[in-house]
Design a protein around this ligand. Sequence first.
Ligand code: PLP
Length: 388
Amino acid sequence: MKPKFAQRIAAQANVHWATVGKLIQTKVAQGMDVIQISSGDPDLPTPRPVVETLREAVLDPTYHRYPFSFRTDIHQAVATWYQNRFGVTLDPASEVLMLAGSQEGIGHLGLAVMEPGAVAIVTDPAYGSYTRATQFAGGEVYLLPIHAEDGYLPQLAQIPADVLAKTRLLWLNYPNNPTGAIAPLSFFEEVVAFAKKHDLLVCHDNAYSDIAFDGYQAPSFLAVDGAKEVGVEINTLSKAFNMAGWRVGMAVGNAEVLAAMGAVHRNSSMGLFGPVQLAAIEALTGDQSWMEERNRIYQQRRDIVVEGLRSIGMQVEPPKATLYVWAKLPPGYDDSFAFAQWLLDETGVWISSGSFFGEGGREYMRATLTLPTARLEEAMARLQKVRL
Ligand SMILES: Cc1ncc(COP(=O)(O)O)c(C=O)c1O
């Protein structure tokens, strides 16, 4: 038997990662000490009380049976966190949906909203999952370029009327992966008015809300009056709480949209392991003053990376948030994938090419801050020795 696959599977093949994986494997096999500055996977530890909560709960056999639904108090914990952190009031029963990581929510929102003939707007460059979730559900993507000179905020007036007529969903993400850009609340106000005018849904991905530097505090999209009427916000414990491996995220906002996403979840998954839910409640409601020191470490790493990239002629604006440093190639270079491979050959340092995030990233590289500081320092010292 030769299995036949749905078109959506062929469309998902991620050629870039396969190529990069092989490149790096080859170098390692040749004995090179490769430093990969390319993943957004936090290396700093999950807070101890969160780990202890799981450790105790795992012994309770009640949790070894199906977690048919999410706990009521985890919805309350998210509502409390949103109130305290963002000043946003949520009804825990209808305006909070728990997710097994925000990646699940992105996929499930695509399935809940998109279908053939419907368009979703995605910025170029962007985190790749918005395009994939849209296409996986049979929808079409309209790529809206974002530029350094606009602070990487989309110019909504540039979307053609015939595209808007078919658009159901606008994906946004600030603080932004990959550019590190941030959005003021006034931009979200503009988005809410635009969404109301054109009758479309907004999904704001706030995954990096709590990785911020220089005193910056990222707002929630839902802090704008009327945002709940047109949108949902996705958030996650992966980055804010150093809990990427635990797989806990949430979607909040428009109750009808969350109910539709919940229907997708119920048909493809079944809650989340009870001790993980308890640990998430501890994270969301426990002491969070530790984040300040964590962000200070990231900020120190940011400064090391910015200086190192500038030393080889790259143009870099230090980001106010996220785990990413977005850097323009040195003058005379315009192909970031070729440049990334050359840098790997010369130094053993792998930095993602911006082209992985869209054509708009062709002249950029995305470095990350998730390596021990000493290792990042070593990577930057290697860069400083290269001759362009
Ligand atoms: C913008 C953005 N959204 C969502 C995710 C997925 O995070 P999670 O661990 O919550 O699935 C990532 C991961 O890197 C991301 O960069």
